[in-house]
Every structure is written in structure tokens, then in C-alpha cells.
Design a protein around this ligand. Structure first.
Ligand code: ADP
Length: 144
């Protein structure tokens, strides 16, 4: 059976994405696996949405999702994987929950993600990466 690889992408962190590219490509090429890219738009924390709403600057969730999916498609296009073997997904909510949820839905065989933002050097694993490693039912490749 074709292997399924899930690659969660934070579209605002291009350095993180660059670190996973070669790993995703070589894993995908081993057996022509299917690669699913996911980006999660975090829900607005209540206090932030209140402040932004009052200043009239609140972008709609639709706009945020449209922007995120178009960025994700641009990012996915940079990976040397045939178009018919890659797919993009968007979700809204907590990144770690949505990553784990899609991994279950897809019966993913492998999740590939970057460990953390380079500027968060005190942490070896970011909070999303840590939760995915801890709770995923499949193998997880953490790229440092
Ligand atoms: P940090 O806290 O340093 O940002 P994270 O654990 O959030 O570290 O990020 C590590 C990895 O988790 C990212 O490389 C990405 O794969 C995944 N990730 C983080 N945020 C998102 C998001 N909003 N959507 C999809 N994946 C995400």
C-alpha cells in the first residue's frame, strides 16, 4: 500500500520549512508516497479579537484562511514531488490538535516537522512539535 506522509507547515516560518524540504523529498521518493501538507490557522484568542475588533482591524477568518491556503500551495509547489502525489489541507484551531487529527483521518504512516523556531533556542522542541511527538500514533521525524 502507498505510504502517507503528513507535513505540517507554519506558513509564517519559511526558515522552518526550508529545513524539512530535503527530508520530505527523500522520504517521498523511497516508495512514491503521498504527501499531505497541512497549515493550521489559529483561532483568535478572545482578548486579541476584542482589541482588534474595537480598532476595526479584525481580518475575517475567511480572509486569513484564503491567505494561508494560497501561501501553503506556493510552499508545496517548491517540493520536488509529482503534483498527483501531493495535496494541501487547511484547518482552524490549535495546530497540535489539528495535526494529530488529520494524521488519524489519513492513517498517516509518518509525520515530518521541524523541531522549533531557530530564535526559540532555549527550547529543543516547540510546543506543537512536542505534542505531536508525544501523542502521534505513527512515526514522527523531527528535523533539527
Ligand atoms: P515553535 O513554538 O518554536 O514555533 P512549534 O512546535 O510551534 O515550535 O513548531 C514546530 C513545527 O510544528 C513546525 O515546523 C510545523 O511543522 C508545526 N507547526 C507549528 N505551527 C503550525 C501551524 N500553525 N500549522 C501547521 N503546522 C504548524
Amino acid at each position: 500500500m502507498t505510504r502517507t506522509i503528513l507535513v505540517p507547515i507554519d506558513v509564517s516560518e519559511s526558515d522552518l520549512t526550508q529545513r524539512v524540504v530535503s527530508h520530505v523529498e527523500s522520504q517521498a521518493h523511497i516508495d512514491d508516497a503521498r504527501v499531505h501538507f497541512l497549515t493550521v490557522v489559529p483561532s483568535f484568542p478572545y482578548y486579541a479579537s476584542l482589541g482588534l475588533a474595537q480598532s476595526g482591524q479584525l481580518p475575517s477568518m475567511d480572509d486569513l484562511q484564503r491567505e494561508a491556503i494560497s501561501k501553503l500551495k506556493e510552499i508545496a509547489a517548491q517540493f520536488q514531488i509529482p503534483d498527483d502525489r501531493k495535496q494541501t489541507h487547511i484547518a482552524e484551531g490549535s495546530p497540535k490538535d489539528k495535526i494529530l487529527e488529520l494524521a488519524t483521518t489519513l492513517s498517516a504512516d509518518l509525520i515530518i516537522l521541524a523541531s522549533h523556531r531557530p530564535d526559540m533556542s532555549t527550547w529543543l522542541l516547540g510546543s506543537n512539535a512536542a505534542a505531536v511527538v508525544r501523542h502521534a500514533k505513527c512515526s514522527v521525524l523531527v528535523v533539527r
